[in-house]
Design a protein around this ligand. Sequence first.
Ligand code: TMP
Length: 218
Amino acid sequence: MKGKKGKLIIFEGVEGCGKTTQMQLCCQWLQSLHLPTLMTRQPGGTELGLHLRSLLLNKTDNQPIADRTELLLYAADRCQHVEQLLKPNLLLGKLILSDRYIYSTIAYQGYGRGLDTSLIEQLNTIATQGLASDLTFWLDVDAEVGLNRKRGGGDKFDRIEQEKIDFHHRVQAGYTALAASDPQRIVRIDGSLTQQAVQEHIQAVLKNKLQAWGLITV
Ligand code: TMP
């Protein structure tokens, strides 16, 4: 992206992997270093995205969403997010932490739903206009462990969380394959460790990156 001064850092993983909490902790840490940081998410990082998020995640028994429709709705959310939020803030030099990005579509709609991955990649390119993440953390947690964590939290499961366990295993297999195919960009973090240990690992990786990007000196 021309004129990009900021960095895009993504947190990915299966349901209940802890990415949202870890992203929040990471944001606090970056702000304590006086780095201009903002947090966002897909789906739902814009006003339109919030509508799309509720269409995508609210359970509608009588009106099932076709797999390709689901794919297009996630792509629409991403397109709006890139245009309205990511690009302008990257031009301003912000560090953007995003809860999910393109890898979610490959893992969930590609591996989970079984949609053609080359079609997904084309749609991702259209939606992002080629805007790639600078770094992606994959919080690796067993799909069942993650779902049990969510269950323990007491929240009602949304439309995707309610999928059969096989679906979640396929999503997890997707992340495993993605991380193996792009180890430069996707950093695996053992998400089964304590919250503090996970955060320490993330900060250690990010500290090296911040130095390499010339954003901190120590
Ligand atoms: P979360 O923000 O709470 O993780 O919920 C988002 C849900 O949407 C989660 O179940 C993963 C799913 N999802 C996809 O299936 N494809 C996508 O491209 C994205 C961004 C999310």
